[in-house]
Design a protein around this ligand. Structure first.
Ligand code: GLA
Length: 402
């Protein structure tokens, strides 16, 4: 949907409120990206290094303040649900509020921290991210809501503070035990750069993602991500168990997270982990962290062939050790391996369905889409969607005249 169409709809939907206002109402527009993680999967909650980037698919919002203390939100993606509203002094997670529980949680978190929000907002959202496909549509809307509140009310939060506020809201208000990677990369993303983030200290480096003759292809398996929340929590618990056992038996230095260990140090203490699942989760975490360091070096030095190899090995580890892949994602990666001009492919995000990414030679993109699309459909009966992603800036106001 064009931005001008979205604005037109905004004026139509909220016309009564806008016409009642005695003063000129400031209407602003914002964009918040989704993200793909290039490498460093399931280690943000283990103090690891991750390498995500913000993408040009995401969520748009048209916004104005209200005279009263109501917040009235609507999404063009769920138009049939109409306007959903809540009062700033009565915020509670309610199933009937459906998707609006995400923006609502953000208002709640600002208020809980003592930021006074007296007047409410009208917000019209529209997203071109496929929902529930692992490209972080929820973090996109969270960071969008926090950014617009921070901007309208001049609260002065930094992007890192916004990311942390959003993560807290998702953990506590929405009950999803996510790490910091999604909100951080969406808030701090930069055009044509990946975010090399230390999830323990939150220090980061923007790494130029010079993909040269290659493009970043996103492949949505359209396999619904069943079980993702419960399996995600199980993986987190298994990692905690592994960490506690290792922490007790590792005497070289104090460690805070699984990812503080090098792969060799891990092998020295691996026998402490007698449970097979716990061992496998920890092994993946430590080696994935190493892979992320090496991949970052490869990307910085323009060695895309090596980078692609790391992508494949990350996928293998997520499949065999962390066990968060699924048949559909594996098929996409296997098909990719057999196409000339593809340097690497892997699942991205939490897994159990959703999206894979691949580095595909620009000239071969059409061929890739045709070939992978057809074979995938033959093997699964599902139709995959393909997007050629651009790496974009993080969340912010859109500056243009209307
Ligand atoms: C989800 C979570 C992130 C991260 C990834 C896996 O996207 O929200 O915090 O744990 O899964 O890397």
């Amino acid at each position: 949907m064009e931005l001008s169409t979205l604005k037109y709809k905004f004026y139509n939907i909220y016309k009564e409120d806008l016409s009642q206002s005695k003063t000129q109402v400031a209407v602003k527009t914002y964009f918040s990206p989704g993200r793909v993680n290039l490498i460093g999967e399931h280690i943000d909650y283990n103090g690891g290094m991750v390498l995500p980037c913000a993408i040009n698919l995401g969520t748009y919002a048209v916004v104005s303040r209200r005279q009263d203390s109501s917040v009235k939100v609507m999404s063009m993606n769920f138009e049939e649900m109409g306007i959903l509203s809540f009062e700033l002094d009565q915020i509670e997670n309610e199933p009937a509020m459906d998707w609006a529980n995400y923006p609502m949680g953000i208002f709640n978190e600002f208020i809980k921290r003592g930021h006074a929000i007296e007047n409410g907002f009208n917000i019209l959202f529209y997203g071109d991210l496929p929902n529930g496909a692992g490209l972080s549509s929820s973090a996109s809307i969270e960071v969008l809501t926090a950014t617009l509140i921070n901007d309208y009310l001049s609260f002065g939060l930094t992007k890192t503070e916004i990311a942390l506020l959003c993560q807290k809201s998702e953990n506590e208000f929405n009950g999803v035990n996510c790490g910091i990677m999604d909100q951080f990369s969406i808030a701090q993303g930069a055009k044509d750069h990946a975010v090399f983030l230390n999830c323990d200290t939150l220090t980061y480096e923007l790494v130029p993602a010079a993909l040269k003759d290659y493009c970043l292809m996103i492949i949505n398996t359209n396999k619904k991500r069943g079980l993702v929340d419960s399996e995600y929590n199980t993986r987190r618990k298994e990692c905690e168990i592994a960490f506690k056992l290792i922490q007790k038996g590792f005497h070289k230095r104090p460690i805070k997270y699984l990812c503080d260990l090098t792969p060799i140090e891990f092998l020295e203490v691996a026998e402490l982990l007698s449970d097979d699942a716990v061992y496998k989760r920890a092994y993946h975490s430590v080696v994935e962290n190493f892979r992320t360091h090496e991949s970052k070096k490869a990307l910085s030095s323009g060695n895309l062939i090596e980078f692609g190899e790391w992508m494949y090995s990350s996928h293998e580890s997520l499949k065999n050790y962390f066990q968060v892949s699924c048949k559909e994602l594996d098929i996409i990666v296997d098909l990719s391996r057999n196409i000339r001009g593809v340097l690497g492919a892997r699942m991205t995000g939490a897994g159990f369905g959703g999206c894979a990414i691949a580095l595909v030679e620009k000239d071969k993109c059409d061929y890739y889409i045709e070939k992978v699309g057809r074979s995938y459909n033959d093997k699964t009966g599902l139709k995959a969607d393909f997007y050629i992603a651009e790496i974009s800036d993080g969340t912010g106001a859109i500056h243009e005249s209307f």
